[in-house]
Design a protein around this ligand. Structure first.
Ligand code: ZN
Length: 78
């Protein structure tokens, strides 16, 4: 069984790398404020902490995405 990736706080260098790669824009709506690092494939569903699984999202897109995945998660396992 593969070991699950743990949620970590990203080093400053990683955050800056991802922000720069994504031009300091939310990859969903294009906003440039309140940016955070998001896991494209959530850790809960087997995603990794690799840079290729990270993207820049603004706070509101990030929380919408969490709701979306949470409801799928609930359906799948209920
Ligand atoms: Zn956004």
């Amino acid at each position: 069984m593969p070991e699950k990736s743990k949620r970590i706080s990203f080093p400053k260098e990683v955050r800056e790398y991802v922000f720069q790669r994504d031009n300091h824009q939310c990859q969903s709506c294009g906003k440039t404020t309140k940016l955070s690092i998001d896991h494209i494939i959530p850790l809960a569903t087997g995603g990794s902490n690799d840079i290729s699984n990270l993207q820049t999202l603004c706070g509101s897109c990030n929380s919408q995405k969490k709701h979306y995945f949470d409801s799928r998660f609930d359906r799948r396992f209920s």
